[in-house]
Unconditional design. Sequence first.
Length: 73
Amino acid sequence: MPRIVKRTKQEPYRLVLGGEEKYLCQCGLSKNQPFCDGSHKGTKAEEPGKLYWYDEGGQRHECADSFPGIRAF
């Protein structure tokens, strides 16, 4: 099922737990939540102020201004 994600970061959050490095997803696209799977790399070309949605294949789509119930931030 496609999801609309309001991305807040374009990179994961790095943690060191018990001497082991872990990366937490901050873009909302990882299929390995809450951990990063590298999906954030696809957000690099997003334009600020525009709203996008990603289908299950990871393809980015721009939301139309008239997308029901959604507004760009």
